[in-house]
Design a protein around this ligand. Sequence first.
Ligand SMILES: Cc1cc2nc3c(=O)[nH]c(=O)nc-3n(C[C@H](O)[C@H](O)[C@H](O)COP(=O)(O)OP(=O)(O)OC[C@H]3O[C@@H](n4cnc5c(N)ncnc54)[C@H](O)[C@@H]3O)c2cc1C
Length: 356
Amino acid sequence: MILNKTLTRLQLQSKLKQKNLFNSSIKFKHLIISKAMVHNKVTIIGSGPAAHTAAIYLGRAEIPPTMYEGMMANGIAPGGQLTTTTEIENFPGFPNGLMGGELMDKMKEQSIKFGNNVITETISKVDLSSRPFKLWTEFNEDEEPITTDSLIISTGASAKRLHLPGEETYWQQGISACAVCDGAVPIFRNKPLAVIGGGDSACEEASFLTKYGSKVYLIVRKDYLRASTIMQRRVEKNDKIEILFNTVPLEAKGDGKFLNALLVNNVKENRQYDLPINGLFYAIGHKPATEIVKGQIDMDETGYIKTVPGTSLTSVPGVFAAGDVQDSRYRQAITSAGSGCMAALDAEKYLSELYE
Ligand SMILES: Cc1cc2nc3c(=O)[nH]c(=O)nc-3n(C[C@H](O)[C@H](O)[C@H](O)COP(=O)(O)OP(=O)(O)OC[C@H]3O[C@@H](n4cnc5c(N)ncnc54)[C@H](O)[C@@H]3O)c2cc1C
């Protein structure tokens, strides 16, 4: 809200006073007011486990960041992907599990406790070509930029979906995009399951799901698998996996509450039929949220930000990446949180050298 318009220094000060921001020394510490600009030492883009963990570490190191948590950025609410799911059973510290949204509320509460300045806006434009880095929020692209000495990008990724008829009804009621996250839940135990995709991830997820399901169908559009030879052999050897080549999904069906079948079409025989399944897992790839830094930072061929192995350092000194936006492999809340910690420590070191 502070940044909705280009403000004079006095207007900005008065707005900050109205919002009681001047009363909090911890928040004021990282706001340096120049003519009409807001400057941060550290800015975090994103609001998932990576972002809030980074903010907790930075706050405790007395460099409380400003976090742009997004306003339904990429269709995901503040709090990130975990807000789109139900129970989380694999985040340490919660032996009885908890809802994804609740976990993110707790992380946010904890980061705010240490001075995280959370702004519910989406960053739509970034300029990393000169220092300080420049950022603009959505709908304010023609206004004065926010400037920052360092930047943590933790904008996450989203699983690609097929948007089949019935998908909305049975999303998280039988349909998932994460076998590791959801495979073990009771509704899938000893039930027929299906994985859609023909690459390494699909083969890996199908193999993983055989621990829980009575049978796993691997639904492949083409008449071959794209996966590496070793992964192909693994699924071919597994008695619980049946590969359905030349098959495309058409509709998710169920009793209104849970998924119980998938209408598929064998495109070679032009034959449609209901495949009785209780779980459907998409393994057709993820899209990292990296549009805003495209062309300004090194990325791999699928758009994930490249980091120096074992660190959060990107190709631009002072810019750090954490969470799913730089991790096409593990994609878990705990690994995202871990890399958020790394980004905070890396940013802290960078800033201490900058201000030496
Ligand atoms: C349905 C589902 C179930 C899952 N279940 C589990 C589970 O049980 N256990 C587990 O460990 N993991 C689970 N995961 C994976 C886990 O959610 C992710 O690994 C984790 O959330 C990634 O965290 P992140 O910090 O990288 O960011 P994300 O959670 O991806 O959040 C990124 C946030 O940044 C915001 N953002 C993006 N662009 C911008 C921008 N330009 N400006 C401002 N904000 C922006 C987005 O709106 C989003 O809110 C699940 C994922 C899904 C989809």
